[in-house]
Design a protein around this ligand. Structure first.
Ligand code: IFM
Length: 457
């Protein structure tokens, strides 16, 4: 592979994977709904995202994930790209309703066969599969019974986790239980801007408690079923800074930090919910039954952190419950990605230091980090220098935290292919590989070549 140069002819590569040690996991992350397409093919049942994205007005560009990247049909050629790039760890999720069209009960043999083929193709290409059990696409049949807000989900999820662990656990050893529970419960059950489009505190707190319980349930099922499993779960997180040193802003920042960074981590560490800072969320106790507070705990092998930006927080007496609001990045002349998220690599360093200070966190893997920019395909070239820079400066911060003792053991770029970015549709392109959605053509971006070179050194 040739050395990448910028327009002035300077090599773009600074630093190398070997700085992180030989056992560091370098990979790339994806999810089922954002890439697979084939939304009702071969016996798959509908998910809440199939339903939501096909409702009018829910997705910014009017699109849906019905076809997405057609990864369901193109996985072999796509994995071949990863092989060529030398990316040896591939994170993907299982579409629950492809395996269990009704959410539980009858298994769809075609769904099972697809994931068997996907896993076997990874192994054939010497790519290690990392499975996320749940990346937001709940079977619609379960949502019709209340979804995450119904406590029955504890049983449904246990059965689903057991099916995945028993079917794939002979070949897959790297597992994550949930993807970003705060996002799917907050956006999906409080704000109603993601599937299933529900709103309100009661829906959110019920869904959040059940998701926290399922984190531990999934961990236990995997531990009991998969020999030599390496088990984690993932959270969205952002370094939080108060708007100024005034005590009301500092207090507001502490609350937001408790909600966005601690809410799903402390329960599995046996510390309960951070309700001291979040008194307004005490109502969650209504959903806590019997032995739940003990059952929330699970000894994960690693925490997966997913961070893209930071948040600056202000006191706000008009925001119910939390009395805090975020200062939008575009209002403070910060450097932005196409999501209007501030580029702030030091945030990654602070998060790694923060999470490594918890006694129960053994290892940390950055299971998602990356950026969307306005990529342009010029023939067969996509010159995405901004993405290269984004990755480079974040990796430098991770390396700094690691050198200071943070137990960070891996880094996965979000994401492989440009894909369906939830309520934003296809406009934000996060991929290392460009997808022309008119004809499904793939173009390897310069950032992919840069990453390939970086991890090869
Ligand atoms: O695309 C998402 C992913 O599904 C979850 N983490 C954040 C990414 C970018 O928004």
């Amino acid at each position: 592979m040739s050395v990448l140069l910028n327009e002035q002819g300077v090599p773009l590569l600074t630093g190398a994977a070997s700085d992180f040690g030989v056992n560091f996991h370098w990979g790339i992350s994806t999810s089922a709904y954002q890439t697979e397409g084939a939304y009702l093919d071969d016996g798959k049942g509908p998910s809440i995202w199939d339903d939501f994205s096909n409702r009018k007005g829910k997705i910014a560009d009017g699109s849906s994930g019905n076809e997405a990247c057609e990864f369901y049909y193109r996985y072999e050629q796509d994995l071949h790209i990863l092989k060529e790039l030398g990316i040896k760890n591939f994170r993907f999720s299982i579409s629950w309703s492809r395996l269990l069209p009704d959410g539980f009960g009858t298994v769809n043999p075609h769904g099972l066969a697809y994931y068997e083929r996907l896993i076997d193709t990874c192994l054939k290409f010497e790519i290690t599969p990392w499975i996320t059990l749940y990346h937001w696409d709940l079977p619609l049949a379960l949502e019709k019974k209340g979804g995450w807000a119904n406590r029955e989900i504890l049983h449904w999820f246990q059965q689903f986790a057991h099916l995945c662990a028993s079917q794939f656990g002979d070949r897959v050893k790297h597992w994550m239980v949930l993807n970003e529970p705060l996002v799917f419960t907050g956006a999906g059950y409080f704000f109603g801007i993601h599937a299933p489009g529900k709103k309100g505190m009661s829906n959110f707190l019920a869904a959040a408690h059940h998701a926290a319980m399922c984190q531990a349930i999934g961990g236990k099922v995997l531990r009991e079923t998969v020999k030599d499993a390496y088990i984690g779960t993932t959270v969205s997180c952002s370094h939080v800074t108060p708007h100024s040193e005034q005590s009301r802003h500092i207090k507001a920042a502490q609350k937001v930090d408790a909600l966005i960074n601690r809410f799903f981590v402390e329960p599995f560490l046996g510390l309960g919910y951070p309700l001291k800072e979040l008194k307004g969320l005490n109502m969650i106790e209504k959903f806590v039954k019997g032995n739940d507070m003990d059952e929330l705990a699970f000894d994960f092998d690693f925490l997966g952190i997913q961070s893209y930006t930071r948040e600056i927080v202000k006191h706000s007496m008009f925001t119910p419950v939390i009395r805090a609001k975020l200062v939008p990045a575009e209002k403070r002349s910060a450097p932005l990605t196409a999501m209007n998220w501030e580029i702030y690599p030091e945030g990654m360093y602070h998060l790694l230091k923060k999470f490594s200070a918890y006694k129960g966190i053994k290892k940390i893997i950055v299971t998602e980090n990356g950026a969307a920019f306005e990529d342009l395909a010029e023939g067969s070239i996509v010159r995405d220098a901004q993405r290269i820079d984004y990755l480079r400066i974040h990796l430098a911060q991770i390396r700094k935290a690691k050198e200071e003792g943070a137990p960070v053991e891996g880094y996965f770029v979000w994401t492989f292919l440009d894909n369906f970015e939830w309520a934003e549709g296809y406009r934000p392109r996060f991929g290392l590989v460009y997808v022309d959605f008119k004809n499904q053509q793939r173009i390897i971006k310069q950032s992919a070549l840069w990453y390939a070179e970086y991890i090869s050194k």
